[in-house]
Write a protein that binds this ligand. Structure first.
Ligand code: GTP
Ligand code: MG
Length: 364
């Protein structure tokens, strides 16, 4: 059975295209949905099914979530996603969906996409790429609204990345998202006669409500590997958690190490990370230990599930607990000068009065 990854909007499409190039992720069903055509890519057209949701004479959404959602729903009604939904019902779950929180197309489509899957009983985990705290307000309004919407439709497990301020090179962060997908699908765990992490262990991890973090690092020395995996977990592109936010939440963790002396190195590589996680809070800890010379390279990975949501900009009221993605977030109020448009569907009759073409309209 194949796993499935769906990218929505520009960011989601870029990550899916990159994932399709990973040799660890070559037996995966990929879909990419966006409101521009230019994002389709000849190099990945054999591996990725691109579905454009351009609905009228304009491409894109202008960072407008309502428009993104309306375009998605219009195409859904016209059966553009029937095949994708069928593939989702036949794949190995969870389905992973990737979107930016700051745009309109991805953040608008993600909600009806996840809703459709949830209603079909298919597990779905969104990986949400958030704007930087210093990005403009419009980016953050979309983010907050996306969190509220996803929480309302019942999303419990999710992952969050945060773009860096002013960065236009998204390669490093997109690479980390691809690495997360490899980890969550178990594609980085080799068979071992020591401790191992199998599909059912991963299932337990991915069923934990809350935020999930996953990082991996490679190095040729133990010291560098220890520093790199610790750095990626605590100061990398996935937001850090504060111990006080974890409160009484239960965590589930998974640590993987592949190196020549993996059994004896294990304690050292993850020592720093271990020290910062209260063992009382950990319900279970899976380990994958592979003794392999690995051409002199050592690789380490960490997955932590059940974490509190990361901080968001403009929190109204006291935020103390981690229960839901939308907890403590109010819907963003948009300035009145941004007149809201709405989608309507018009039916155009053909000359003989029989054929009816449904037309998407975006009007004030
Ligand atoms: N990490 C990452 N961030 C991206 C990428 N492309 C764009 N972004 C950031 O995400 C923000 C908006 O997300 P997009 O994915 O471009 O938006 P969209 O979903 O296509 O929605 P539109 O507003 O309709 O274009 C941008 O302002 C960028 O800061 C990417 O490939 N990777
Ligand atoms: Mg776009």
């Amino acid at each position: 059975m194949k796993n499935m990854v769906v990218g929505l909007g520009n960011t989601g499409t870029n990550v899916v295209k990159m994932a399709a190039l990973s040799s660890k992720l070559d037996n995966i069903t990929y879909y990419a949905i966006d409101s521009v055509m230019t994002n389709m890519d000849l190099d990945s057209i054999n591996d990725v099914t691109f579905i454009p949701i351009i609905s009228d004479e304009k491409s894109g959404s202008g960072r407008d979530r309502e428009r993104g959602k309306a375009m998605y729903l219009f195409h859904e009604e016209n059966h553009a996603f029937d095949e994708m939904y069928k593939a989702a019902s036949e794949c190995k779950t969870p389905v992973i969906v990737i979107t930016s929180a700051a745009g309109g197309t991805g953040s608008g489509s993600t909600v009806p996409f996840c809703d459709a899957l949830i209603k079909k009983g298919i597990d779905v985990i969104p990986i949400i790429i958030c704007p930087n705290k210093k990005d403009p307000a419009a980016f953050h309004l979309n983010t907050n609204d996306l969190f509220v919407d996803l929480s309302e439709i019942g999303i419990k497990t999710y992952a969050i990345f945060e773009n860096r301020k002013g960065d236009a090179d998204y390669t490093p962060i997109n690479t980390e998202v691809v690495e997360m997908i490899e980890l969550l699908f178990g594609k980085r765990y080799d068979a071992t006669d020591l401790d191992s992490i199998d599909d059912s262990d991963l299932d337990k991890l991915l069923e934990m409500p809350g935020r999930i973090m996953a990082v991996q690092a490679e190095a040729s020395s133990l010291q560098i590997l220890q520093k790199e995996i610790t750095r990626k977990l605590f100061v990398g592109s996935q937001p850090m958690w504060k111990p006080e936010e974890v409160n009484d939440n239960t965590l589930v963790t998974a640590f993987g190490l592949k190196s020549m002396f993996a059994d004896v190195d294990f304690k050292n590589v993850f020592g720093e990370i271990d020290r910062r996680i209260d063992p009382e809070k950990v319900f279970d800890n899976y380990r994958n230990i592979v003794k392999d010379d690995n051409d002199g390279m050592m690789s380490a990975s960490v997955i932590i599930a059940g974490l509190p949501r990361s901080e968001i900009k403009e929190i109204n009221g006291d935020y103390k607990e981690t229960a839901g993605l939308g907890d403590g977030v109010k819907r963003g109020v948009r300035p009145t000068f941004m007149k809201q448009k709405r989608a309507s569907v018009e039916t155009v009759k053909g000359g003989d009065g029989t054929s009816a073409i449904k037309k998407f309209k975006w009007t004030k």
